[in-house]
Design a protein around this ligand. Sequence first.
Ligand SMILES: Nc1nc2c(c(=O)[nH]1)N[C@H]1C(S)=C(S)[C@@H](COP(=O)(O)O)O[C@H]1N2
Ligand SMILES: [Mo]
Length: 297
Amino acid sequence: MTSPDAPHQPAPDNPAEAARAAADRTPLTPAQAQAEQAALRGAATRSRRAFLGLGLAGLAGLAGWRYLLHSPDADGIPRDLRKVLDFNGKLTKDYFAHTRLAPEFARSRARQLRLNGNVGLGQDFDPATWKLTVQGYAPAGAPARRQEFTLADIKALPRTEMTTELKCIEGWSVIVHWAGVRLSDFLARYPLATSSGQPIADLRQPPADAAKFVGLVTPDEQYYVGLEMYAALHPQTLLAYELNGVPLTLAHGAPLRLVTPLKYGVKHLKRIGTIAFADQRPADYWAEQGYDWSGGH
Ligand SMILES: Nc1nc2c(c(=O)[nH]1)N[C@H]1C(S)=C(S)[C@@H](COP(=O)(O)O)O[C@H]1N2
Ligand SMILES: [Mo]
């Protein structure tokens, strides 16, 4: 458990992967980056039908595979599942929530994570006195249910480790090893996602009084993300406290950050201050800039 966060490049096993890894590391020119951002922003605000009318080939040429991987759909269901969703939305959502897993890798393939994004990570912060605040689900008018947790409280819960790929919407990705607590395990011990306080016994079928969404906010409220409840309950959605075998550094989100590898890096909020359950889509920093709210890939 002491593998260092060493700054070396991956040694790909085969030529196809080497090519892909090289493509991942190729920085965009400013013009390409601008074009890609414009394409992503446009797609996020256009209807799917109108988007198809624009001509997929032109847009694909513009932004390459990164664009193709990006789902323009507001609910984040990937295209290959869309037909099934149209047929039966509920079944597909269950499938998405618990059967579709992000790929996991041999731990030896974990590499140093590139730093990206420091919104909400100001200097005025003392990790030693940090506490996680959780605002339990209380429908409008009901009394607030607020609870605070120390890092020791979080670490006392079942530990989950996984080696997954963090994909940034800018087009790079890195395989990293995480350790932390599943949000679903946290909720099994502290059932704050239902208004009655009953635990969610079947993660595929949350009870009727369960929140529909969860919002996470940095202590200074400068960065914030929202997740659908089914994404929050996904077995690979972690409250992470270790990266590549060592405690998170402040820049990577210490003491506690979100990891949810079916979604882009933008959703992996660093330095969680508050978690709140809600029945409406919580505010989301990058969605406010025009990106897809769900952030799936
Ligand atoms: N608080 C906070 N969390 C954040 C961001 C940010 O700006 N502020 N950026 C996000 C983005 S865009 C990415 S790609 C990942 C990067 O995480 P890393 O810096 O640990 O690699 O953090 C995400 N979480
Ligand atoms: Mo990102």
